[in-house]
Write a protein that binds this ligand. Structure first.
Ligand code: SF4
Length: 332
């Protein structure tokens, strides 16, 4: 259970029920009042070395930006929702590209406003829309602090139109299992070999626990997907990922194997990651490999096309062998 070291909060969170609830829940935790969750000077001044320690804090504010971004993968829109950032510290976390070392967990208490916009957009649309609500944080993790996933599903289930989806690397799904979600929610579990989880995805759930969680979610009637992501080309990566596919084949339930779709994403890394990681995790493995990576614009690093093509071919072959009936939505 996450116990914050300190709470940094905007004063107007007390105008919202969730704001009051969180302040009561953490009444014994030291508090610092802030003007704006986007700009906490004390945090900005900290060094990269303090990255992990910064993530022990909890920032609570009101979300001001509500712009939906069109998406063409497993949803129609990416929606800014009830949190951004995370208490875990995956070394490649995409949120570091947006928030740099300030990718600590921020909670937004104006959830009624955010869900209302989703519901209205869904109902106005002629087409059935799917909203990705977990592109800025991990909602299963967040739910263990706020209960927001339970609240969201309960308040969304009776809408006339629309679907929700989110990815996760966490196994704390028991709270949402008994909910009457009416088939409107798809949970996508992100998996990686234990070797990678242990060395790169600090603070997330183990592979076996993630598999157990997705089996339980499927049993509870949720639509489920499996994200093999991000694929990281460490030295013996093909052996590791083949082993992962075999583990999925042997441990996923029959129901998941019948119904789940897959997404496969190769790692994108960046200059910002290298700088933070070398100071925050001096003994960790180095994810940047200049032999097989190229600059991808805006300080990003991606695997060179020839390595990625070879990787894609390899993964498609193995998936065809072990999961011939499951759709791979995309490999990027
Ligand atoms: S669990 Fe997701 S959001 Fe959290 S650090 Fe890892 S990649 Fe980032």
């Amino acid at each position: 259970m996450f116990k914050p070291k300190a709470i940094y909060y905007e004063k107007n969170i007390l105008d919202y029920p969730l704001g009051k609830e969180l302040m009561e829940k953490y009444k014994d935790v030291p508090k610092v009042e802030i003007e704006n969750h986007n700009n906490i000077e004390e945090m900005r001044k900290k060094s990269n070395k303090e990255f992990i320690d910064m993530k022990r804090n909890l920032i609570i504010g009101v979300r001001k930006t509500h712009k939906f971004v069109e998406n063409h993968k497993t949803s129609d829109y990416l929606v800014p929702y009830t949190s951004s950032g995370c208490t875990a510290s995956c070394m490649y976390c995409y949120l570091v590209c947006n928030y740099n070392k300030c990718s600590y967990l921020r909670l937004f208490v104006n959830r009624e406003q955010m869900l209302d916009k989703i519901i209205k957009t869904a109902e106005k649309s002629e087409k059935e829309l799917t909203f990705e609500i977990g592109s800025n944080s991990d909602l299963v993790l967040e739910n263990s602090i706020t209960g927001n996933l339970v609240w969201t599903i309960e308040n969304f289930k009776d809408t006339k139109k629309g679907k929700l989806t989110f990815p996760t690397k966490f196994d704390m799904v028991d709270d949402i299992l008994p909910l009457n979600h009416k088939g409107k929610v798809t949970v996508r579990m992100s998996v990686n070999p234990d070797y990678i989880i242990n060395r790169v995805e600090f603070g997330t759930s183990r592979l076996d626990n993630r598999i157990e969680a997705i089996n339980k979610l499927s049993e509870a009637g949720y639509k489920v997907g499996i994200l093999i992501a991000p694929v990281i080309m460490v030295e013996n990566w093909k052996d590791l990922y083949l082993e992962l596919i075999k583990i999925l084949d042997s441990k996923l339930s029959k129901k998941v194997k019948k119904e789940a779709f897959f997404e496969i994403i190769f790692m994108t890394y960046s200059y910002v990651h290298t700088k933070i990681n070398e100071e925050a995790f001096p003994n960790a493995i180095n994810l940047y490999n200049k032999e097989i990576m190229r600059g991808g614009g805006r300080g990003k690093y991606r695997y060179k096309e020839e390595y990625k093509k070879d990787g894609e071919l390899f993964l498609r072959e193995q998936m065809n062998k072990y999961f011939p009936n499951n759709k791979i939505e995309y490999i990027v």
